[in-house]
Write a protein that binds this ligand. Structure first.
Ligand code: BES
Ligand code: MN
Ligand code: MN
Length: 455
C-alpha cells in the first residue's frame, strides 16, 4: 500500500488533477493528420513539462515522425524499476456532427469528462504522472525507480518508438512494463489483461474499365469491379463466420481449459453485447462463446467497402473500380507478416477474371500474451484491488497496442496491462469519455503499484 500521506495528497488535489487533465485534452494532437503536427508536438512538450516538474531527467526524442517523450527519476540500483508506457496522440474526430461538445473543449457532466483522448490515452497516461507527482510533492520516498516513455505515433502506425526501443534496451531496462491503455472488465470490476490481439490491415483494389461505363451500353461485355470485389469478400469467410484463408488458423494458440473456465465464470452475456453495440444479434465462429470470440479468436472483417454510385437516386453505371479495407485481428501465435502474405495470395487466387486486383499491406501488430503467474502480476493485482476496491479478474483484449510485442522481445520484462477505461467509453468514436471515478481510482492504483512492486 502507498503511504497515507501520498493517498491523502491525491484526495486533496482532485480538482487540480482534473483541471490539468483538461489542459492536456485541449491540445488536438491527432497524429495521423499532418495539419496537426504542431499540435502533436505541443502535446509532447506538455508531457515533458509535466515530467520536468517531477525532477525527472526528460528528453523529447525526435523520430522520423512525431516526437516521443522519455523521462526517468533518479535510478538507484537498490530499487526495482517500473517503465510506464502510454501515448499522447489521439484519433481523428470525424464525424464531427455526432459530437455533443467540441472534441477538444472538454465537457464535464455527471462526473464524466468528454473529449477526444479522454480515455485513449491521455487520461490514463495522466494517471501515472499524477501518481508519481504525489510522491514528489509529499516528499515520500519513491519505492521504485520510475521510467516513462510516452509516444505520439500509436494511433497512426508510426515507427519511431520501435527503433528507439531496439536501439536503447539498456536505457529502458526494467522489472516490469506498465501500460494503461486498455479497459476495466466492467464498471465495478477491474481486470488484469494478459493478452492483446495483433493485427494485419489490408486493402484490396479492383480495377476494370478505364472509366465508369453506361451499364446498358456495356453491361454484360466486361467484368464489373463491384461484383468482382463482392465475390472476393464473400469468400473471405464462410456462413458460420470462419475465415477461409488457407493456413489462417494454423498457428492459433487454443485456449487453455482454465482460461475457458475463467471466461465462463465472468458474468458476460449476449444481452450486454447487444446493449453496448446496438446490434440485432450476436454472430461469430461456431463452437466458441461470445467472450472467447471477442478475446481469443482471430477475426477477418471488412472495415470499409466502396464502389460505384452511392448518391441520391439511380445512376446507371458499371464502375471502373472498387476497394475494400480488411482488418484481421490476430491472436497468439499468429504472425502478422505470414497472415498478410496468406491473405494476398488467397485474394489473388480467388479473384474473378477480367479485372486487375492489387493487395496492399497497410500495417501490422504482433499479438501479445503475458504469463498470468508472476510476482509483478501479483503486485498489479494487489494495486488494482486496493485502487478500485474490488478484486480484479483476468481478462483479454480484442484491441492492439503495437509496441508491446517489441517491448517483450527487446526488454524481456513482464508487461502489466492495467486498463482504467470502459468498453463503452467511445474510444475512436464521437463523444469519447472517461469516468472521473476511474481517473481517480486509476491514479490511486498507479501510486499503490509503485509501492506494491517494490521488493
Ligand atoms: N488503446 C487502444 C487499444 C485498445 C483498443 C485497448 C480497444 C482496449 C480496447 C489503442 O490506442 C489502439 O487504438 N490501437 C489500435 C492499433 C492499431 C492502430 C495498430 C487498434 O487496436 O486498432
Ligand atoms: Mn490507446
Ligand atoms: Mn486508440
Amino acid at each position: 500500500m502507498a503511504s497515507e500521506k501520498v493517498l491523502a495528497h491525491l484526495d486533496a488535489n482532485r480538482q487540480r488533477h482534473l483541471d490539468e487533465l483538461c489542459d492536456f485534452l485541449r491540445i488536438p494532437s491527432i497524429s495521423s493528420e499532418s495539419e496537426h503536427a504542431a499540435d502533436v508536438r505541443q502535446a509532447a512538450d506538455f508531457v515533458a513539462a509535466e515530467l520536468k516538474k517531477l525532477d525527472m531527467a526528460v528528453e523529447v526524442v525526435e523520430t522520423d515522425g512525431h516526437p516521443l517523450v522519455y523521462a526517468e527519476t533518479e535510478q538507484r540500483p537498490d530499487r526495482r524499476t517500473l517503465l510506464f508506457y502510454g501515448h499522447y496522440d489521439v484519433q481523428p474526430v470525424d464525424p464531427l456532427d455526432l459530437w455533443d461538445n467540441p472534441p477538444f473543449e472538454p465537457l464535464i457532466k455527471d462526473d464524466i469528462v468528454y473529449a477526444r483522448g479522454a480515455c485513449d490515452d491521455k487520461g490514463q497516461v495522466f494517471a501515472h504522472i499524477k501518481a508519481l507527482e504525489a510522491y514528489v510533492a509529499t516528499g515520500e520516498e519513491l519505492p521504485v525507480n520510475v521510467k516513462m516513455i510516452i509516444e505520439g505515433e500509436e494511433e497512426c502506425g508510426g515507427h519511431g518508438i520501435y527503433r528507439y526501443t531496439e536501439e536503447n534496451p539498456q536505457k529502458l531496462a526494467c522489472d516490469a512494463i506498465v501500460v494503461s491503455d486498455t479497459n476495466l472488465y466492467n464498471e465495478t470490476t477491474p481486470g488484469i489483461c494478459y493478452s492483446l490481439k495483433g493485427l494485419a490491415y489490408m486493402e484490396i483494389r479492383v480495377t476494370g474499365p478505364a472509366m465508369d461505363l453506361h451499364s446498358g451500353s456495356y453491361g454484360g461485355t466486361v467484368q464489373n469491379p463491384g461484383n468482382a470485389l463482392a465475390e472476393i469478400v464473400a469468400r473471405l469467410k464462410d456462413a458460420s463466420g470462419r475465415c477461409l484463408i488457407p493456413g489462417f488458423y494454423d498457428e492459433v494458440l487454443e485456449l487453455e481449459a482454465d482460461e475457458r473456465a475463467g471466461f465462463a465464470e465472468l458474468d458476460y452475456t449476449d444481452e450486454i453485447l447487444l446493449r453496448e453495440t446496438g446490434a440485432p444479434a450476436a454472430f461469430g465462429e461456431a463452437g466458441f462463446t461470445t467472450l472467447e470470440r471477442m478475446w481469443a479468436r482471430p477475426t477477418c472483417d471488412v472495415n470499409g467497402l466502396r464502389s460505384g454510385y452511392g448518391g441520391e437516386g439511380a445512376k446507371t453505371i458499371i464502375p471502373s473500380e472498387a476497394m475494400a479495407k480488411v482488418s484481421m485481428r490476430l491472436v497468439p501465435n499468429q504472425d502478422p507478416a505470414k497472415i498478410a502474405a496468406a491473405f494476398a495470395s488467397y485474394v489473388k487466387q480467388i479473384a474473378p477474371p477480367g479485372v486487375t486486383v492489387e493487395v496492399i499491406d497497410h500495417h501490422g501488430a504482433q499479438p501479445v500474451l503475458v504469463p498470468r503467474k508472476s510476482e509483478m502480476m501479483q503486485a498489479g493485482m494487489r494495486a488494482l484491488e486496493q485502487g478500485f476496491g474490488a478484486k480484479p479478474v483476468f481478462i483479454r483484449e480484442g484491441g492492439s497496442i503495437p509496441i508491446v510485442g517489441t517491448f517483450q522481445a527487446c526488454l524481456k520484462s513482464p508487461v502489466l496491462l492495467l486498463g482504467y477505461g470502459l468498453s463503452t467509453d467511445n474510444i475512436h468514436s464521437p463523444n469519447e469519455k472517461f469516468h472521473l471515478d476511474n481517473f481517480r481510482r486509476g491514479i490511486r492504483t498507479s501510486a499503490i503499484l509503485m509501492a506494491e512492486a517494490a521488493e
